[in-house]
Design a protein around this ligand. Structure first.
Ligand code: HEM
Ligand code: HEM
Length: 227
């Protein structure tokens, strides 16, 4: 019989798909320009809120959401590349590196956006607090860092297609349903301890996540509107 194990809690799944929507929104709006720059900022503030939530959830969230459960080290990466590592329910060491890289470049993008100026009609809400040369520097980083984001997203999606096509591993369904289905024939490729580690995803975790996200949203909203 198949083992069905909850890996991605609802907060992680919502974080992921809301992040995807907001990034699409921020890219579409910046390309429209003009009045749509307001929307670029709103999508950016939403991404800022989501990122802060994800970072906090990485410390207090369920098993597979925690950074400590998937933080890679040189040995785990080497073992994984040499095919010596057991399969894992959560992020594998390479996937984990891409998660950390994505969170980092996205954080750089939102923070620099707050201090950027398009030199037409729109500036980030914190630009007025720093010198013109600082605004220029942040705007340059904001302009170039987006290419890094595009590159990492392309690698992210290519890796997911690669796992499906060449390794027969469907990573997308669990990011939607939350569950991984393990066939009896696959069980031996996992560590038994890993198969016993489901993520808690009950009303308590979801309630806590909702309170946390709302709180972060209010603080970000307050800081943006009061500056
Ligand atoms: C704007 C584009 C995207 C960004 C910025 C992004 C970002 C991320 C991040 C940060 C994670 C880590 C989740 C966590 O632990 O918090 C992740 C995981 C994941 N993403 Fe995306 N993602 C994007 C698009 C997509 C798309 C289009 C798909 C589906 C085709 C997808 C499928 C997945 C899957 C399956 C995982 C889990 C990977 C694993 O099992 O290790 N992502 N993504
Ligand atoms: C992850 C979130 C974000 C993404 C992906 C993103 C992406 C971009 C891109 C692609 C550009 C055009 C760069 C160019 O070629 O000139 C841009 C410009 C800009 N963005 Fe963002 N941005 C994000 C967040 C923010 C935030 C939070 C703000 C703050 C309100 C912001 C404010 C600006 C401004 C003022 C510009 C014009 C800067 C210039 O022309 O040099 N962005 N952004």
């Amino acid at each position: 019989m198949k083992k069905i194990i909850r890996v991605w809690d609802l907060p992680i799944r919502l974080f992921h798909w809301l992040l995807v929507l907001c990034i699409i929104g921020s890219i579409v709006s910046v390309n429209l320009g003009g009045n749509a720059m307001e929307w670029h900022a709103y999508f950016g503030y939403s991404i800022l809120t989501l990122l802060i939530f994800r970072i906090v959830w990485g410390f207090i969230g369920s098993t597979h959401a925690r950074f400590t459960s998937f933080a890679p080290n040189p040995k785990s990466i080497l073992n994984y590349l040499q095919g010596k590592a057991p399969r894992v329910l959560g992020h594998n060491p390479l996937g984990a590196m891409s998660v950390f890289a994505l969170l980092l470049v996205l954080s750089i993008q939102v923070v620099t956006g707050l201090f950027s100026d398009d030199e037409i009609a729109f500036q980030g809400p914190l630009a007025k607090f720093v010198s013109n040369s600082t605004v220029s520097s942040f705007s340059v980083v904001h302009e170039w860092n987006h290419l890094l984001i595009y590159a990492l997203i392309t690698i992210h999606i290519a890796a997911i297609i690669y796992y499906k096509k060449f390794k027969g591993e469907d990573l997308i369904t669990p990011m939607i349903s939350g569950d991984k289905e393990i066939n009896p024939s696959e069980e031996a490729s996992y560590l038994p301890s890993d198969l016993g580690r489901a993520s808690k995803d009950g009303a308590l975790q979801r309630g806590l996540a909702l309170v946390l996200l709302s709180l972060i949203g209010v603080v970000v909203g307050y800081l943006i509107t009061s500056s």
